[in-house]
Design a protein around this ligand. Sequence first.
Ligand SMILES: NC(=O)c1ccc[n+]([C@@H]2O[C@H](COP(=O)([O-])OP(=O)(O)OC[C@H]3O[C@@H](n4cnc5c(N)ncnc54)[C@H](O)[C@@H]3O)[C@@H](O)[C@H]2O)c1
Length: 468
Amino acid sequence: MAMIALKCPDIQVVVVDIAMPRINAWNSDTLPIFEPGLDEVVKACRGKNLFFSTDVERHVAEAEIVFVSVNTPTKTSGLGAGKAADLTYWESAARMIADVSKSDKIVVEKSTVPVKTAEAIEKILNHNCNGVNFQILSNPEFLAEGTAIEDLMKPDRVLIGGRETPEGQKAIEALKDVYAHWVPTDCIITMNLWSAELSKLAANAILAQRISSVNAMSALCEATGADVTEVAYAVGKDSRIGSCFLNASVGFGGSCFQKDILNLVYICECNGLTEVANYWKQVVQINDYQKSRFVKRVVSSMFNTVSGKKVAILGFAFKKDTGDTREAAAIDVCHGLIGDKAQLSIYDPQVTEAQILRDLAMDKFDWDHPQHLQKPLNPVDTTKLVSVVVDAYEATKGAHGVCILTEWDEFKKLDYKRIYEGMQKPAFIFDGRNVIDVAELRKIGFIVYSVGKPLDPWVKDLPAAPPS
Ligand SMILES: NC(=O)c1ccc[n+]([C@@H]2O[C@H](COP(=O)([O-])OP(=O)(O)OC[C@H]3O[C@@H](n4cnc5c(N)ncnc54)[C@H](O)[C@@H]3O)[C@@H](O)[C@H]2O)c1
């Protein structure tokens, strides 16, 4: 919305949210999320044609176009729990729009939703419309956190789905006009509603599948002495494949990939497509396997136990250049190490101590619900085993091992000689993001494990994983 405000000075944009603390933060000097370049965009328009407010009903009533970008988490209970999208927030937003509207509106699905959600939303709106006309459009968002501003500035494509009626086509044109302020028209693709809804789920599933494919290959590289970086480079040079999303790692995270694949799996199952559902389920299973494989490597390397040992965790965000920790691989890895009673010392340049402790105490899937709907926090007192520190050197001081779980640029430039000197010996480093120079670190004296890379003799002689 900030980008629309920046590029369309003739359009007044009001961002409304029921969460007062979030709106207060959007109106303050410290925005509620860290995203490179976002501060500048917001500050250039705020108070001119970009406003943030909790007066949801008033601004919705006044709007001609309403973008709905509420959360669509995975259901935690009831039918489809653990897979289906929870559309509670969407439904209540739709009911509120119907209640307060006195003039015709275009309602845009910005959230990622299951295919056919627009049909349900249309029914809610049209059964409560009081003579007002609603047109539903699907306009899924393809930005990636960490590069959101760049992605919005020059999107690969903007997708708009709508009804194939004259009114539907008119609504599509109105939304197209908004984006045409800065996006070349040949990048604005229009299609039917169901194709647009499914395209977003399909894109996320295929992106995640590439990561799981290269991660699966990383296990085989470790077993055979191949180097996953070399293999991925060779594979990516094929112009039919391309080089993006082929970096092996400890696993993908973020609020969307797992949620959207599980949602896709559920839709397949509901349509009787068991084989298709199982195919996509495997993408998530390989991701979970990659995280537990990493934990097993750490534990087996360090004499089959990390109990009472200090382990430094470098990086907690799900990827670099974001403070977002939703579904971060670090959460599962830390849980695995805490399960073996390791003493964790965690450092991330953008994630607060409160956020890390909350994430480690929270049930899976609960993070995407408002706080008042979250289950009570896990009674396991993680605070005795976890400390959060403000720099990498403090985290690693006196540690037996270091795990790199986010690919922050600063981790490439650390003084590893200094880190080695401050650590217990033998000093272990487990690079879950392939950011360090393995040969250089081995020269310093570290025992190094880097996902999918030829194994250190120390690690090689151990069984691939201790019995679970
Ligand atoms: N985060 C991303 O990078 C990204 C990218 C593409 C798509 N999406 C999709 O966008 C949607 C939102 O994602 P997010 O990361 O911004 O989630 P989020 O949980 O950070 O934000 C959702 C916001 O909606 C507000 N909300 C809920 N119900 C409301 C209501 N009835 N009225 C007003 N506000 C309400 C919540 O208070 C919350 O602030 C999801 O469907 C997600 O899959 C997210």
